[in-house]
Design a protein around this ligand. Structure first.
Ligand SMILES: *[C@@H]1O[C@H](CO)[C@@H](O)[C@H](O)[C@H]1NC(C)=O
Ligand SMILES: *[C@@H]1O[C@H](CO)[C@@H](O)[C@H](O)[C@H]1NC(C)=O
Ligand SMILES: *[C@@H]1O[C@H](CO)[C@@H](O)[C@H](O)[C@H]1NC(C)=O
Length: 471
């Protein structure tokens, strides 16, 4: 039995304004988070605050209710135009109220020509956007143009907190293939993938759709069904369950360096080989990029489970985390501060005293000698282990970064940062230092970010070593 090991290369060095923690506890199905840092993030690390929001895996957290309930599905069209940028909020600024943000970001989204570019500057780990609401079945369409180049992966996926997953992934050397895949609770399987042939995904807009019902998944490109997977084909007699995605899922859009040197060889091979940081796109624009136009979500709206969204939020009432363990509830979804957890949502709440000055209440979640991490990745930097495109790298086959059968963390998490430390943009917050010609094409990003990135390069170096090793 394989197991996923999170290797923390060094003591966590947090960004300015944060405290130093000696180490960030890791979590898996076999190792739940400690009470002091109860929430297990999508990437297998324990903390409070943002760790308890989207992606928090209840099975690996201190208790089932450590994670904050997940906001229910909303029918919505996300334009991804300039005006939409204000609804894309950095993970360090989002506390769980979906009316305040459509997407939580890690990395560097950039507005360009009324579309949103997800960028991957030199030596960065790319960018990921995750929807703030969850779909429990339904349809999601994304109009997008992929990135290109060896080792560069673009992804449009659905991922639940217990790692049920439905994917589109695009490898930058195979621009006429949309790879599709699905996972049940992050369990790797080499037979779940399938390809759809399309015209050049970098040059052309296509509309990619995932149509997900309790009975089947369909992947459609430009309105044509390219692949259908029936639930009835997924019975697992050994486990006595349907190995079929069945739990509320966030929409995740990402660009990530599958070809980063720190990834497993299988992942690098799958991603089309080692990534070059001296490519045409890097030299012309300062980053690799994927272009996202309109995203459209239509909820399933079942009258009775599975697939309801009658209340405010979903939560799990059993570690089995199958469709029948999802509760459609009216529990709140927002924290008062980054000290909060599912069991202490008002921790750190600002209270106005008579004099009008604000003071914070003591956090129940922050006891002990080390203060738990509250933003995955630390400070304002995105998690180095981030921009996971989900488990998709598994499709590379043997040796690829698939998660172990403990299901802790799917392999896309191996989108770990490249290890080379570099003063530029390592944390995905700036464009490259040498932003060559930025005349045409996607505009260069705000220069203000550069300072941050340089100042954070030590952090970035550390973050860069946070990788997943697969045994
Ligand atoms: C999908 O395409 C990729 C790249 O061309 C290939 O390596 C892989 O084997 C294909 N997968 C399937 C299931 O055909
Ligand atoms: C059935 O489930 C077990 C336990 O989760 C898993 O190890 C196995 O790979 C599954 N079988 C298939 C054919 O996927
Ligand atoms: C969960 O899925 C099973 C198997 O398809 C189905 O029979 C059952 O009705 C579902 N249960 C709930 C509560 O959603």
């Amino acid at each position: 039995m394989r197991s996923t090991v999170l290797a923390l290369g060094a003591a966590a060095l947090l960004g300015a304004g944060n405290v130093l923690a000696d180490d960030i506890p890791t979590c898996s199905l076999d190792k739940r988070c400690p009470e002091s840092a109860p929430c297990c993030s999508q990437y297998g690390q324990c903390g409070v605050g943002a760790y308890c929001l989207g992606g928090c895996d209840p099975r690996m957290s201190f208790s089932l209710d450590s994670c904050v309930p997940a906001p229910v599905c909303q029918d919505k069209t996300y334009k991804m135009d300039k005006a939409s940028m204000s609804k894309i909020v950095d993970i360090s600024e989002y506390l769980g109220d979906p009316s305040k943000a459509d997407w939580v970001s890690q990395g560097e989204p950039v507005s360009y020509n009324d579309n949103t570019l997800l960028t991957m500057p030199k030596n960065s780990v790319g960018t990921v956007l995750a929807s703030t609401t969850y779909m429990w079945y339904g349809s999601v369409k994304a109009r997008l143009k992929t990135s290109r180049g060896a080792g560069v992966v673009t992804a449009f996926i659905l991922m639940s907190d217990v790692k049920d997953e439905i994917d589109y992934e695009f490898v930058g050397t195979e621009l006429t293939t949309a790879q599709t895949n699905y996972y049940f609770q992050g369990i790797p399987s080499y037979v779940n993938s399938g390809n759809i042939t399309v015209t050049d995904t970098y040059a052309n807009w296509h509309e990619y759709e995932i149509r997900w019902t309790p009975d089947q998944i369909q992947w459609l490109v430009d309105g044509q069904v390219g692949r259908t997977k029936l639930k009835s084909e997924t019975w697992n007699a050994t486990a006595n369950q349907w190995d079929f995605p069945q739990t509320p899922s966030r929409v995740q859009l990402s660009i990530w360096p599958g070809g980063a040197a720190t990834n497993a060889k299988g992942t690098i091979d799958w991603a089309g080989g080692p990534i070059s940081w001296d490519s045409e796109d890097i030299n012309n624009y300062g980053y690799y990029f994927a272009t996202f136009g309109e995203i459209d979500v239509q909820c399933w709206d079942a009258k009775s489970p599975p697939g309801t969204n009658n209340g405010k939020s979903y939560y799990y009432n059993s570690y089995r985390a199958t469709n029948d363990t999802v509760v459609d509830s009216n529990k709140r979804t927002d924290l008062a501060s980054f000290l909060g957890t599912g069991t202490d949502m008002d921790a750190g709440k600002q209270t106005n005293t008579k004099g009008g000055s604000a003071s914070a209440t003591k956090s129940g979640g922050a006891k002990g000698t080390t203060v738990p991490q509250s933003i995955p990745g630390g400070g304002s930097a995105p998690a180095g282990q981030v921009p996971g495109g989900g488990s998709g790298t598994v499709s590379g086959g043997s040796g690829s970064g698939s998660s172990g059968s403990d299901g802790s963390g799917s392999s896309g998490d191996s989108g770990s940062a490249s290890g080379d430390s570099n003063a530029c943009g390592m944390n995905g917050f700036s464009q490259s230092c040498d932003d060559g010609g930025s005349g045409s094409g996607p505009s260069s990003k705000n220069n203000g970010a550069k300072t941050t990135a340089q100042g954070a390069s030590a952090l970035a170096a550390v973050v860069g070593f946070v990788g997943l090793m697969f045994l």
